[in-house]
Ligand binder design. Structure first.
Ligand code: BG6
Length: 484
């Protein structure tokens, strides 16, 4: 399904995203043999540099794993089909130059057809002009044209609609690939299989068996130099509205009619539409303060002194449909916490009282990162002569179970999908629209658009988050379990 005659153009080639994600993923795909045979990569950015300097940068973007004897040779070959052209983001002449450079490469093709993939590793302020100029100058008539874009897709419902419709003036939905990199993560992709290929799980997947669900994102570092960006967006726009909502929608949607991109996304949209906007009372906001030698959020020079921007948020959503009525879905995300962890925790209901007392609830945990795992907390009889139940775990830790598997990076998986023209793991315009509807009122409240701004509660850098979190999750029915 990979097309020959493909050029991948990375716009913003000297930026942070290209450096940390795009180039390492392209190189990873190349090494696994998943780039088209005759692919060419063209970097584009404002910085003026020649190919030699650009190749030096690529070398610095890609880390050499220890003991990898073939790495150097592969990287040389990769650089051999990567070139660079500099230009602006808002003048048609620059894009006419880019087009001329692409045509020069294409003039050597032996077969017909041109396939151009434009990866916008760019700040949102230039999305619209770049989308416009690319369409006008670099869109090919014979072949395929693909535009890959990254969040932030707007700041609220209205701005997202504006952005989407401006891009749509130039690029069709079919040509557009909106990345939410959580959709490329192995465990998120596994959700479809876990849910729909297991009768045992599927049968318990509803309000009759499930008490509450938590989707948690924890990061052990603060804004660290990204304060300028972060303060404009905050943790809700950065993590909850996109990454955690994507996870939620796959976790709760009905079974799609098929694996096709449209069938899957139809079901995701349907379940999102059953979620009303978040209420203030269902939200807890936090902001980290300096502790243990680490700076607080407000100590970041790029953050305004009196910012009320939340770096932590917990919020509970409700799905009004027959499967989920009454089940709280608690989304929690925070920066500068005690650990790095992203997980889904489904807590089942109590067993009916009778023969057992004080029995722990079952929990199914899907750990997205680090160390992918699925484990189910079960009660079992203590081995021996007494009849006592103890909580224990059925544990599917990937590293132990799939010892030889190489788990792809999210970006590798997504770029490959885009090269194949598969939209399943990209965000459709209506998914975005409905996710913004759910979050816009609470965001406007936080931004002070209709009254005084709420003040987030402080929590120390490196802690588990605001101490109020425990009471918050308990309020929605989460019971902390006895451990073995
Ligand atoms: C990005 C956010 O979308 O996701 C960052 O902008 C965050 O703030 C990152 O650090 C987390 O991604 P991952 O893959 O490390 O969980």
């Amino acid at each position: 399904q990979l097309k020959n005659n493909t050029i991948i153009v990375v716009l913003g080639a000297s930026g942070d995203l290209a450096k940390k994600k795009t180039y390492p993923a392209l190189f990873g795909l190349y090494r696994m043999g998943f780039l088209p045979n005759d692919v060419k990569i063209v970097g584009y950015a404002r910085t003026k540099m020649d190919d030699a300097e650009y190749h030096k940068r690529i070398t610095s973007y890609i880390k050499k794993p220890e003991g990898d004897a073939e790495f150097d040779g592969a990287l040389e070959k990769f650089k051999g089909f990567s070139s660079y052209i500099s230009g602006g983001y808002d003048d048609s002449e620059s894009f006419a130059n880019l087009n001329a450079a692409l045509e020069k490469i294409e003039s050597e093709y032996k077969s017909k057809g041109k396939n151009r993939v434009f990866y916008l590793a760019l700040p949102p302020s230039v999305f619209i002009p770049v989308a416009k100029h690319l369409k006008e100058q670099c869109h090919v008539a014979e072949g395929s044209n693909r535009l890959i874009i990254e969040k932030p897709f707007g700041k609220d419902l209205e701005s997202a609609r504006e952005l989407l419709s401006s891009v749509k003036e130039h690029w069709t939905e079919d040509e557009t690939y909106r990345i939410d990199h959580y959709l490329g993560k192995e465990m998120v992709k596994n959700l479809l299989v876990l849910r729909f290929a297991n009768v045992a799980l599927n049968a318990a997947w509803d309000k009759n068996s499930i008490s509450n669900v938590q989707i948690t994102f924890k990061e052990p570092f603060g804004t660290e130099g990204r304060g300028g960006y972060f303060d404009e967006f905050g943790i809700i726009r950065d993590i909850l509205q996109n990454h955690l909502m994507q996870v939620l929608s796959i976790l709760t949607m009905e079974r799609p009619v098929s694996f096709s991109a449209e069938d899957i996304r139809d079901e995701k949209v349907k379940v999102l539409r059953a979620i009303p906007p978040i209420e203030r009372e269902d939200t807890l906001l936090g902001q980290y303060v300096g502790a243990n030698g680490k700076p607080g959020y407000l100590d970041d020079d790029t953050v305004p002194r009196n910012s009320n921007c939340p770096t932590y948020a917990a919020t509970t959503l409700w799905i009004h449909n027959p499967r989920w009525e009454g089940v709280p879905f608690i989304l929690k995300a925070g920066k500068a916490l005690n650990e790095a962890k992203v997980e889904i925790r489904i807590q089942f209901k109590d067993v009916t009282q009778g023969i057992f007392k004080d029995i722990s609830r079952n929990e199914l945990v899907m750990r997205i990162q680090p160390a992918e795992a699925v484990y189910l907390k079960l009660n079992t009889k203590t081995p021996g002569l007494q009849t006592r139940a103890i909580p224990t775990e059925m544990d599917l830790t990937y590293k132990r179970r799939f010892t030889d598997a190489k788990i792809p990076e999210a970006y590798e998986s997504l770029i490959l999908d885009a090269l194949k023209g598969d939209h399943s793991n990209f965000v459709r315009h209506d998914e975005l629209d409905v996710a913004w509807k759910i979050f816009t009122p609470i965001l406007h409240w936080i931004d002070g658009q209709n009254g005084p701004k709420p003040t987030p509660v402080p929590y120390p850098y490196g802690s588990r988050g605001p101490k109020e979190v425990e009471a918050f999750i308990t309020k929605y029915g989460f019971k902390r379990q006895a451990t073995e």
